[in-house]
Write a protein that binds this ligand. Sequence first.
Ligand SMILES: [Fe+2]
Ligand SMILES: [Fe+2]
Length: 482
Amino acid sequence: MKIQKQNKNLVTASYLGVIFVLSFVMTVLSVACIAKDFTVFSNYNVYLPLTVMVFCIMATLYFYIDKLDVDTLECISKLKKCLICYSTIFISVLMSCILYSYFTPGAIVTSFVTMMVTVLTNRKLGIFSTFVTIGVMLAIVMSSTYVLDIENYNLDMIGGLLIALIMCLFMTFLVGKEYSRLRLTWGTILIALATTPLSGVYSLLGHGASFESIGNAVLDRLIGSMLAVAIFIIFLPLYESIFAVWTNFKLAEVCSPSQPLLKQLKEKAPGTYNHCVSVANLVESCAIAIDLNPYMARACAYFHDVGKINHPEYFTENQKDGRNPHDDLIPEVSVNMITSHVKEGVEILKKHRMPETVIRAAYEHHGDATVSYFYIKAQSITEDQLSNYTFRYNANKPSTKYSALVMICDMCEAIIRAKPPTDEDGIRAVVDNVINTKMKEGQFDDCELTVRDFSIIKDTVSEVAMATMHKRIDYAKAKERR
Ligand SMILES: [Fe+2]
Ligand SMILES: [Fe+2]
């Protein structure tokens, strides 16, 4: 216990040491940029107190990540979160200082931190990192006001920072679950325009009533925001691959019909592909209803049966001309062919470097359930009492809400497709039965679905299934009647 505590202290000390070095480098470079004088590096009287101030602000972020930041379902390690937050803060602060000194004061790119941290981790950490960035910049700019004697000029940046903070807070809502490059660009322009009155008032207070100064202030906000979006779009793919984080952009690419693995599934096992698409529609609707990421949910459903690619003909949805290869096999071999699609799916998904949550859904979507059809078939040809152990999936029960959703929707879709109910009550009965059976088997013991979630899932699956089963008008018969 004591050793564990010592190790924890050592880890914290190492993190804080690195943050101190980063604070020092950032402070030195920022002040030198603002002063436009790189020969003042030796002036420790300026740098050391300022570095300590910047370090204190930066350290709060570490303690927030360590103690308060609740992990998202996509599980990003503390180290990754720190690297993402501190590197974006470093880029944002330095870029804003360079813009301030050499191009236009007031064009601040702090929303780069907001967007990147929110998209890669979560909204709360995005907001906290924004406050830290603004705090660091205020410390650097206000200190340099006294030390470097450039008071009036710095006022532009201080005002710009306060307005940037308001813009960044709006921005966190823009980059929620549903975001796209187009929405970000237009949203940013709108937010920049919406804060125009604030920029105008600040400019009036600082420079007096002149159209030119108000125009410049508004232009600064626009330039800063658009630059932030531009560097966000440039850096995002780099961050995604370096930190192996699955953003909605990347998940949408994985679910596109041109994705090679999906293409392969469509060609080799068209029945399974259609089943996966139908399951994805159900799972995605449920994910939206219980506040999960619909992109991740769709990806889990698309690839849950990808292991069937190796032997598609052993699965009913791919059998043509009524030929069933299981007729020539003993039930023990048949069950082995069926259950192997889980492990084979995991291998394929690992080879294609799919997200951990998607791999888990493929592995866990049948839990440790018994393949009743072959168990009953085997029992019918022997008088001995057979153990159902050999007829079970040798996998884990769903450990995430996504895996549980795939399990429920997978079974509902298969039953409804095999024997379509005639009305909504029939569909509801199927969904109720699937959830109750799986619950009795204990398949949901390791996931965190609540009673409320189950009730919402039942309603959603019934509604979506009913909508997809709606009857079409028989135009040929209608014509005949006329
Ligand atoms: Fe399956
Ligand atoms: Fe399935």
